[in-house]
Design a protein around this ligand. Structure first.
Ligand SMILES: NC(=O)C1=CN([C@@H]2O[C@H](COP(=O)(O)OP(=O)(O)OC[C@H]3O[C@@H](n4cnc5c(N)ncnc54)[C@H](OP(=O)(O)O)[C@@H]3O)[C@@H](O)[C@H]2O)C=CC1
Length: 488
């Protein structure tokens, strides 16, 4: 039911209180709810409880809700982000009862008599207004997921080290009994992975971006091993990294884990895959994972349009070792031989992959990225290249209607790294160091920018692009770690 004007006024009047006490309220809320409902510890991220990230993110969301209570449209992107995350955790409508009860009780506990019955009732109505919007959206997402309605068992078919700290896991469904292909996903989306965490005596779920283009046989995630925790040492409780360390150190090829349906509101749309405007993919650290999926998907699509017999770019064709799908452009599900895009005769589509890392050894997918750049560079179209790639990589060289350009920022290049090849700029990513027209494609009013990495990096990058004159709608940030509400 819609709020009355009086309730809206009451909620708005509490904005300054939330600014001051929001963090204490949400910390109290999580503490009480999780101690009295321990089964919910499987759902909430324990590391984020310890670091305080989760209460902070919720406080930020509650504050944003109150501030926009008379302009809910301003929250739709954040709501979509959170609903996708909820759906990837199989949150159910009945869990909204528990959350609502404990949230209002925490307000009472922290604010005492200042929470008058009138304010309490206004907040109860506001809570259920939002909860119902979210329950409806999540029901829709579950429906779109078809018969995949709960966690599914997947086997770790293969583990591949991509850098000193990032390892890819190729996940194949165990229960694919009816021979159905894996449902496709949109490049940029993530799955949740659920594991037992022996230290905590409960399960934990984490979201990981899918890092390869969609295909019918497996999902690939590429996981950074978060430092500072030893999953076999029960003393090491107060540090993030429970799940990533188990995936790196304990889970082996052949082991089975639980996986959710792909979700997420950060993706390259099918229309954008088909179009020809430039794309700039900007990542820091392990934030490159969803952008690898976007890159490989566009590369696959373009190679299929150019008539390559099979997709030569994505890992399912190059190095997975898992059952490789044959001759399929997986995003479209059409034969790779079919010339499907309207752009095959136009100039190559430009993609610039800009990536920043702390060091050379932290750089994942470097060989793949450089090979893709060489193979697609417009000047080397179907000619032998001069960068000395392996025979296997040259074998796969398609006719190129794609022009991939790669720029590495590296804070500490290794001895022997060659500037211009192994790295291009020393330091953190700095867009001012790039040419506005030939590297950022600011001269094309349709260029899209996809940004993923630490939150400060994403918001600073967006700010900079907007300063350059880019319309904010063309800058997409992956905000799943922030509940969709980034710091300003
Ligand atoms: N799908 C997704 O949404 C994913 C999101 N992420 C996000 O990526 C982040 C972590 O990635 P991780 O590899 O651990 O990152 P790191 O802490 O290793 O940082 C990676 C690089 O980013 C640089 N960096 C950090 N902050 C900024 C900034 N404000 N401006 C420019 N450069 C910056 C770092 O520089 P320096 O060393 O100087 O700090 C470093 O070179 C997490 O916040 C995670 O939420 C990661 C994976 C997937």
């Amino acid at each position: 039911m819609a709020l009355t004007q009086e309730q809206i006024n009451t909620i708005k009047a509490t904005v300054p209180v939330l600014e001051q006490y929001g963090g204490i309220i949400t910390t109290t809320f999580y503490k009480n709810m999780l101690s009295e409902n321990p089964e919910l510890k499987n759902v909430f991220n324990s590391a984020n409880q310890i670091t305080g990230h989760q209460p902070r993110a919720l406080a930020q969301s509650v504050y944003a809700y109150a501030a926009n209570i008379d302009n809910l449209g301003a929250l739709s992107a954040a709501v979509e982000n959170i609903c996708n995350k909820h759906a990837s955790l199989y949150i159910r409508p009945e869990q909204y009862n528990i959350v609502g009860t404990y949230l209002l009780a925490a307000m009472k506990q922290v604010l005492g008599d200042a929470l008058t019955p009138e304010i309490h009732d206004a907040w109860a109505a506001a809570y259920w207004q939002l909860a119902n919007i979210m329950i409806d959206r999540e029901a829709q997402l579950y429906k779109e997921g078809g018969d995949w309605t709960d966690w599914k068992k997947f086997k770790i078919a293969k583990k591949v080290a991509e850098s000193a700290e990032i390892t890819s896991l190729y996940l194949e469904p165990v229960e694919n009994v009816d021979g159905k292909a894996l449902p496709p996903f949109k490049p940029g989306q993530y799955i949740s992975v659920m594991l037992d965490v022996p230290n905590l005596n409960h399960q934990q779920a984490r979201q990981y971006s899918l890092s390869d283009s969609p295909n019918s046989n497996y999902y690939r995630i590429s996981v950074k091993k978060e430092s500072g925790v030893n999953p076999t040492n029960p003393e090491m409780k107060a540090h993030p990294g429970y799940v990533s360390n188990i995936l790196h150190d304990i889970k082996k090829e052949g082991d089975v884990i639980l996986v959710s349906h792909p979700r997420g509101d950060f993706f390259l749309s099918e229309q954008s895959v088909e179009k020809s405007h430039p794309i700039v993919l900007i990542s820091a650290g392990v934030g490159l994972t969803p952008l690898m999926s976007i890159l490989n998907t566009v590369a696959c699509k373009k190679s299929s349009a150019a008539g390559a017999a099979k997709c030569p770019f994505a890992s399912h064709a190059q190095n997975s070792g898992t059952a490789a799908p044959t001759g399929q452009c997986p995003f479209s599900g059409k034969s790779a031989n079919a010339s499907t895009t309207p752009h095959s005769s136009s100039s190559p589509r430009k993609i610039h992959f800009i990536h920043g890392t702390r060091s050379t050894e932290a750089q994942a997918f470097r060989k793949h990225l450089l090979a893709l750049q060489t193979k697609t560079s417009s000047s080397t179209d179907n000619e032998s290249n001069s960068q000395g790639d392996s025979d296997k990589e040259n074998e796969a060289k398609p006719r190129s209607n794609l022009d991939v350009h790669v720029t590495f920022f590296n804070k500490t290049p290794a001895a022997g790294d060659v500037k211009g090849k192994d790295y291009h700029h020393v330091g953190r990513i700095d867009l001012d160091k790039l040419d506005r027209d030939t590297e950022l494609y600011l001269n094309d009013p349709k260029t899209e920018y996809y940004v993923c990495g630490p939150e400060g990096f994403m918001t600073e990058t967006r700010k900079k692009l907007v300063q350059y004159g880019v319309d904010v709608d063309r800058v997409k940030l992956e905000l799943f770690g922030t509940g969709g509400v980034p710091a300003a």
